[in-house]
Ligand binder design. Structure first.
Ligand SMILES: Nc1nc2c(c(=O)[nH]1)N[C@H]1C(S)=C(S)[C@@H](COP(=O)(O)O)O[C@H]1N2
Ligand SMILES: [Mo]
Length: 202
């Protein structure tokens, strides 16, 4: 039984929710379009754009996982107001990826892109936050396909749309560029604690 079912009023577990959010029991797959089929042997993860050395770096599944592995237990906040508490993700710390494939000093923005053209704009600072993860595992198991296998971005301080499932690339840039939902009226930054939901709040 999940915490939300055990304790619907949050009396024994009064951990605060971000403004405007309500607890939901379980992580339900939410995405636009279909779940892609991916062959891991041909899969590549790319870091490109305004990198420190001007080149792009490609990782295979093996070389990406060699960068390290850690677990974080965090709350997931969808902008639809559902919050699922205590989700445990395993994966590569974003900081380790940034060390391995750093941005140019002037590049503060990042577009995180996934299968079928889904993308979200974030910042290098978001990726440097201590709990930012390139997740490969959920609750100790490889990510289920509908939750983003083999790789998804987890940025717990931002709304869920900022974490593309089926992540394929990160592109650094000096200039800001809006992602898929950000172009359709959602907030450029998307900080859950500041309740940055919509672009008219910018
Ligand atoms: N590729 C892709 N990633 C995505 C989405 C999507 O539509 N496509 N939806 C986002 C949204 S809005 C949320 S809330 C989370 C949901 O994660 P879950 O399906 O694991 O619950 O995935 C995010 N990542
Ligand atoms: Mo969402």
């Amino acid at each position: 039984m999940s915490r939300a079912d055990d304790d619907p009023l949050g009396i024994t577990q009064p951990r605060p929710l971000p403004p405007g959010q309500r607890r939901a029991g379980v992580l339900r797959p939410i995405h636009y379009g279909r779940v892609p089929r991916i062959a891991l042997d041909r899969w590549r993860f790319t870091v490109e754009g305004e990198t420190a050395d001007g080149g792009m770096t490609q990782f295979s599944w093996e070389t990406l996982n060699e960068l390290g592995h850690t677990e974080v237990t965090v709350d997931h906040h969808c902008v639809s107001r559902r919050t699922v508490q205590d989700v445990t993700w395993g994966g590569i710390p974003c900081r380790a990826l940034i060390d391995a494939a750093p941005p140019a000093a002037s590049a503060v923005h990042v577009v995180a892109a996934a299968a079928y053209g889904y993308h979200a704009n974030v910042t290098v600072d978001d990726l440097l936050s201590p709990r930012a993860l390139l997740a490969t595992h959920l609750d100790g198991e490889p990510l289920p396909p509908e939750h983003g296998w083999p790789l998804r971005l987890i940025l717990p301080h931002l709304y869920g749309w900022k974490g593309p499932k089926w992540l394929l690339s990160l592109e650094y840039s000096t200039a800001p560029r809006r992602g898929f939902w950000e172009q359709q009226g959602y907030h450029f930054t998307g900080d859950v604690w500041r309740e940055e939901r919509y672009s008219h709040q910018e």
